[in-house]
Design a protein around this ligand. Sequence first.
Ligand SMILES: Nc1ncnc2c1ncn2[C@@H]1O[C@H](COP(=O)(O)OP(=O)(O)OP(=O)(O)O)[C@@H](O)[C@H]1O
Ligand SMILES: [Mg+2]
Length: 153
Amino acid sequence: MIIKSKSAKITYKIAEKLAKELLAVKINLKKALVIGLQGDLGTGKTTFIQGFAKGLGIKHKIISPTFVIMRIYRPGPKNNFYLHHLDAYRISKQKELLALNFKQIISNPKNIIIVEWADKIKKLLPKKIILISFKYGKEKNERVIEFRIPKSL
Ligand SMILES: Nc1ncnc2c1ncn2[C@@H]1O[C@H](COP(=O)(O)OP(=O)(O)OP(=O)(O)O)[C@@H](O)[C@H]1O
Ligand SMILES: [Mg+2]
């Protein structure tokens, strides 16, 4: 599915809606839910994650974790999911992530892991993940967002 977003606010809203829908279908997984984001600098990945966190009921302000690799947010009031926001941009060795207990994190169904620059750590991610790619559109504030959601996760 491809959606054109005309503003940062719309990208935020789309993400908020996706998070709410995911909660509504009561995802019942054996492992963590992993969402990979792809797209050039400034295409809206962090903006999307801010909206997604809002949809999960997280009040904490989401900032880009570029210098810390990963930030973890406690669940919002209506669910039990721990959102893990990862930025793989600066990861050069997979070891860096494994040192953060990443294997354990992706095996825990209480976790939702959303990864900027998911391509960089592809080998460490499960095969079936929600993949969302961002591209610049024709107009200044336009972004083309493509969703690839596997039939079964
Ligand atoms: N339609 C849009 N969707 C998302 N962001 C938009 C849109 N139009 C303009 N913007 C602006 O583009 C910028 C997107 O920045 P953001 O940090 O979300 O990108 P990013 O993909 O996370 O970048 P990086 O790769 O550096 O982490 C923001 O300044 C935002 O206001
Ligand atoms: Mg970002």
